[in-house]
Design a protein around this ligand. Structure first.
Ligand SMILES: NC(=O)c1ccc[n+]([C@@H]2O[C@H](COP(=O)([O-])OP(=O)(O)OC[C@H]3O[C@@H](n4cnc5c(N)ncnc54)[C@H](OP(=O)(O)O)[C@@H]3O)[C@@H](O)[C@H]2O)c1
Length: 345
């Protein structure tokens, strides 16, 4: 990890703070995941197509395969299709940085852009989508309600601002960013989450969002919504990558037909230094990043790698290969959160 990377992260930090991510830490990955590692946790449209390896393709065919990979989708409970691979925009600064990154990602072929009110870059994300050659209806746009907004009116007003900033009439997926405001671990926000989610339900019923959901919600937070709201969230976006045990939340989501999106697939980059990941990458003739991303696709979840570099955006999309069961088991056995928060903030 270069010091430039780290400096860039510090400069662009807005939310997704470590304290808020403590839900995912101190868990033991192998406890239940080993049992289940083969299950497709969500519903891939065409799993058999994942099996095709890229070796043996000529350049034109290879590019076609990449475009196909980026266009492949899962299907949410309400029939809405969500691309398997999205493009993350956390820590990409509002302005030219965010504009250029999203415009390039769309040129490369990404069709799912993940932003958030808290990232502060919705305006540039919207401008990049508008200026791109890709029709709006071909881009799946996600944004997130600020974690501290826990009331009905506040959520509706904030959503209206998101539409304005993104310069769009509707959004594909709108989710509550976190069950608690950042840095307020232990606070009881059950009622606030129900109220904020009620606003999302009205937004969905008014067809201003094609799907709604939550992020960073554990089982108890999901149970609260299931008990007190009308619409089961379509999506739960959680921190899920090699070394992190999310089996309880994922099992619960699967039982309730809530689609799981995995964020920070590369462990914010730190996972790429893992020796086991590097060795498996060598074995497959792939990069560590491709192994990390493919691992999540093998688990049947969608994922959202972020990079401001075009070559890495392309690399991260070249994941149309199969990791065999024995290697999945080896990756499953890696334990521990690789993220070094002290170096990030
Ligand atoms: N809901 C939530 O609370 C939440 C929390 C965190 C993240 N997210 C979403 O998930 C997205 C992805 O997660 P993330 O941004 O935390 O981290 P990530 O995608 O796991 O990793 C991004 C880091 O890895 C580097 N990188 C990317 N591709 C690489 C490659 N092929 N080789 C080497 N380095 C590479 C990037 O650097 P460069 O940019 O310099 O290439 C960046 O430093 C976010 O952007 C956001 O949209 C959501």
């Amino acid at each position: 990890m270069s010091s430039i990377d780290i400096k860039h992260r510090r400069k662009t930090f807005r939310c997704d703070r470590p304290k808020a991510l403590m839900f995912h830490k101190n868990t033991v990955f192998y406890q239940t995941m080993n049992k289940n590692h083969n299950h497709a946790l969500n519903r891939p449209n065409s799993q058999s197509e994942d099996k095709k390896m890229l070796v043996g393709y000529n350049k034109g065919e290879k590019e076609e395969v990449f475009r196909k990979m980026l266009k492949e989708t899962y299907t949410l409970r309400n029939g809405v299709e969500i691309p398997k691979l999205g493009f993350g925009t956390w820590q990409i600064e509002e302005g030219e940085d965010a504009y250029n990154a999203v415009k390039t990602a769309l040129e490369v072929g990404y069709r799912h852009i993940d932003t958030a009110q808290g990232y502060g870059n919705e305006k540039s994300v919207g401008r990049a989508i508008k200026d791109s050659a890709v029709p709006r209806e071909e881009v799946f746009v996600t944004s997130k309600l600020e974690a501290h907004i826990k009331d009905y009116e506040g959520a509706k007003e904030a959503f209206a601002e998101t539409l304005k900033r993104l310069d769009t009439d509707y959004i594909d997926l709108f989710i509550i960013h976190a069950p608690l405001p950042w840095g307020e671990m232990g606070k009881d926000c059950d009622e606030g989450n129900v109220e904020a989610y009620r606003a999302l339900e009205d937004i969905y019923n008014a067809k201003k969002a094609r799907a709604i959901g939550v992020s960073n919600f554990e089982v108890k937070h999901l149970q609260n919504i299931l008990k007190n709201n009308e619409i089961v969230p379509h999506v739960n976006q959680i921190g899920y990558f090699i070394g992190i045990d999310q089996s309880k939340t994922i099992d619960f989501c699967r039982e309730n037909d809530i689609f799981v999106e995995a964020y920070s697939p590369l462990g914010i980059g730190f996972l790429l230094e893992n020796e086991t990941v590097q060795n498996i990458a060598k074995k497959y003739g792939k990069t560590p990043a491709q192994i990390c991303i493919r691992y999540l696709l093998e688990k049947g979840v969608s994922t959202l790698p972020k990079s401001v570099h075009k070559n890495r955006m392309i690399e991260n999309s070249e994941v149309d290969f199969k990791i065999v069961d024995a290697d999945m088991k080896t990756l499953d056995a890696i334990e521990g959160d690789p993220r070094r928060w002290d170096e990030i903030f």
